[in-house]
Design a protein around this ligand. Structure first.
Ligand code: URA
Length: 410
């Protein structure tokens, strides 16, 4: 296999054969194909796309780069959801323990932040001790004990996606429908699920900017799932303003815990319950009850403990990760708040440490925004629209200027 010729073939709009795709994934996973060649190939795929067969083969090759979970005979149905990524999207942290209350098994393999979107694993890693690198036997142990786990890809599960995900994050190649489909579906197939719901986001804070693009991504994922005998449904949700009232790793875990205390923001609670009803047969009122009576919180705490995390730190996480500088973004005029642009907010916070600009960057868990107001409300000039938490005064004023450019009041 001559890798440069295959990159050129895709660059020029050719179709890769199954053998070529397998060969490329194998070479990349084993270290035989350097990152710069895979980055070039990812960019060629970004521009030229992959057809249905190529996407299916890439998904299968990424799945085959590692092992799959084998659930014990007779155990509860295994279910999961996956989001294509957004700003302030902490749904998994609430949904996984909620579903575990219904005696379901949730073997959630999640990702780190990608592009401007936050990652479930980064959020969880703000909890001291929490391990996102469980080995397969440890995953089964946590699932057996708690019912849910949230961990990352390892050398055992979809290692090809793990490597490619990190490269895409920093090479401008995230919003490729084919790469998103293969990335998500390979991980979900490795979980050996009975049911999967996909939360496909569209809008300024998502990879798919329009509903139409999101629909075609959803269709592609549902088709791959069906072909590989997985029961998949997709829900399309807007991502023009951030989800909930907080963005940033520790701030989002704090908001997820508030939600598990029954005090979550309406938009977050609504989407959690909407997605839960696709996976659980429990009535919505019952599911909502587990969010308010402490049952889901108990599951979350049990999962954190089982994955090595310090539950004592959960209620004080924002003190543990407190940014030295914090200031409000204020309304410049009175009127109806019509826009807090999720993409602008995500980019501004990423630049000051909430996400990564190169794959080796460390995340600053304390950076973010909270007390974010929701679009549609009436505001008076000078009202606070959110608080920004930053590591330096320069970072704070830079972020506030950038975020303000994405705010509209009519
Ligand atoms: N989530 C993933 O796991 N992969 C993507 O490519 C996008 C979102």
């Amino acid at each position: 296999m001559h890798v440069p010729s295959l990159i050129e073939k895709k660059r020029d709009g050719g179709t890769l054969t199954n053998e070529e795709i397998r060969g490329l994934v194998d070479a990349f996973t084993s270290g035989g194909m350097p990152d710069y060649q895979m980055s070039a190939l990812a960019m060629a795929v970004y521009f030229q796309g992959l057809d249905g067969d190529e996407t299916a083969e890439l998904t299968a090759a990424m799945l085959g780069s590692g092992k799959s979970l084998e659930h014990p005979a007779g155990c509860s149905p295994s279910v999961d959801k996956h989001s294509t990524g957004g700003i302030g999207d902490k749904v998994s942290l609430v949904l996984a323990p909620l579903l575990a209350c219904d005696n379901l098994r949730i073997p959630m393999i999640a990702g780190h932040g990608l592009g401007i979107t936050g990652g479930t694993l980064d959020k969880l890693e703000s909890i001291p001790g929490y391990r996102c690198d469980l080995k397969i036997d440890e995953m089964h142990e946590v699932l057996g004990k708690v019912g849910c786990m949230i961990t990352g890809q390892t050398a055992e599960i979809c290692p090809a996606d793990r490597k490619l995900y990190a490269l895409r994050d920093v090479t401008g190649t995230v919003p490729s429908p084919a790469l998103i489909v293969a990335s998500i579906m390979s991980k979900k197939l490795a979980e050996s699920l009975d049911r999967l719901v996909l939360d496909v986001k569209f809008g300024s804070g998502a990879f798919m900017k329009t509903r139409k693009e999101a629909q075609s991504l959803a269709d592609a994922m549902v088709l791959i799932g069906k072909n590989l005998t997985l029961d998949v449904t997709a829900v399309l949700t807007p991502m023009d303003e951030p989800l909930g009232r907080a963005v940033g790793n520790a701030l989002e875990v704090h908001e997820a815990i508030e939600t598990l205390h029954g005090k979550g923001p309406d938009d977050l609670v609504r989407i959690v319950l909407d997605l839960a009803t696709h996976l659980s047969t429990a009535p919505r009122t019952r599911l909502a009850g587990w969010l308010t009576d402490g049952s889901a919180l108990e599951k979350f705490r049990a999962m954190v403990t089982a994955q090595g995390g310090d539950t004592a730190s959960l209620e004080t996480l924002t003190e543990l990760h407190r940014a030295p500088y914090c200031a409000e973004v204020k309304a410049e005029r009175s009127g109806t708040l019509t826009q807090i642009d999720a993409g602008t907010l995500g980019r501004a916070l990423l630049k000051i440490g909430a996400g990564r600009q190169v794959s080796s960057d460390a995340i600053n868990f304390s950076v973010g925004a909270d007390e974010i107001r929701k679009c549609g409300i009436q505001v008076t000039a000078g009202d606070s629209l959110m608080r920004v938490h930053a590591p330096t005064t320069d970072a704070l004023s830079q972020a506030i200027t950038e975020i303000a450019a994405g705010i509209s009041i009519a």
